[in-house]
Design a protein around this ligand. Structure first.
Ligand code: A2H
Length: 253
């Protein structure tokens, strides 16, 4: 764990179509606000490769009014942090419109800013922590071993995870290339470490470390506005671009 505060990017994933259960839960409660699932990421430069988003099925989320026009889906903890970071209209004010279970959000269709797949689905992940970020994780299987392995688990056992297979049908997209692992850093490392499932926590932690260093120090962007540039150079530029377009905001904890 880092000693100083983590500087995340909050990615605003606009709800396109609620799952049936979520539609029932939110009906009449958001006052005409646009609703976004908000994912906290440390890798804004990978957003071109989003294929889905993850929530924890046992986690309690809230829908929080940010101002008169927008509401965010995230944990209460994250909404409270945002209220003290200039995200909300009124400093320090947390206005929860409703509580909603993670399991209810699964199957909701959302927009994925900058992604080659502009609209993706909310899927379940075992290892989402309620105590980190927003509790919502955007999924980039090309560059995150956790995201890749979870997507593979869901495809193998769609019925067990209670998902429609079509929700997990978006393939990993090449976003970053590295001399050692090629255009799909995370799948290559998952294979090398012989990881079999999202339950292989120890190996996944090692894979995450390797993938992060490889991408940051040796990666080159393959797509987007900064294609051809090093990840180190592109990372702050993609972040700035997302924020300028109103698709993301700074979030720290
Ligand atoms: B990262 P750190 Cl491509 N529970 O974003 C579990 N994981 C969470 C989370 C939570 N509540 N909130 C955020 N995360 C994930 C992209 C990415 C990420 C890539 C590669 C590596 C990577 C796409 N998923 O993270 O413990 C989010 O996934 C590995 C560093 O604060 C977030 O960035 O270091 C990262 O973990 C934050 O983890």
């Amino acid at each position: 764990e880092a000693l100083g505060p983590q500087e995340y990017t909050g990615i605003k994933m606009h709800v396109v179509t609620w799952s049936d259960a979520a539609a029932k839960a939110i009906e009449g409660k958001v006052g005409g606000r646009k609703v976004f699932l908000v994912a906290a990421t440390l890798r804004p430069e990978t957003m071109y490769g989003q294929t889905n988003c993850f929530v924890g099925t046992a986690i309690k989320y809230g829908v929080f009014a940010i101002n008169n026009d927008e509401a965010f889906v995230c944990t209460y903890r994250a909404a409270r942090n945002m209220a003290f970071q200039g995200t909300t209209d009124v400093r320090g004010q947390v206005q929860q419109l409703l509580e909603i279970d993670g399991s209810v959000l699964v199957g909701t269709k959302i927009s994925a800013p900058f992604s080659i797949n502009p609209e993706v689905y909310v899927l379940p992940m075992d290892n989402v922590l309620a105590t980190k970020g927003t509790g919502v994780v955007t999924s980039v299987p090309s560059d995150s071993p956790d995201d890749y392995q979870t997507l593979m688990d869901l495809r193998k056992k769609a019925e067990f995870y209670k998902i429609d297979p079509s929700w997990a049908s978006f393939d990993p997209v090449p976003v970053i290339t590295s001399p050692t692992y090629g255009d799909m850093i995370a799948p290559a490392i998952v294979k090398k470490l012989k990881i079999q499932s999202q339950k292989d926590i120890k190996q996944l932690a090692e894979a995450k470390e390797i993938a992060y260093k490889e991408g940051f120090y040796s990666g080159t962007m393959l797509v987007g506005e900064f294609a051809g540039q090093s990840v180190q150079d592109a990372k702050p530029k993609v972040r700035e671009s997302l924020i300028e377009m109103g698709l993301a905001f700074a979030y720290a904890e």
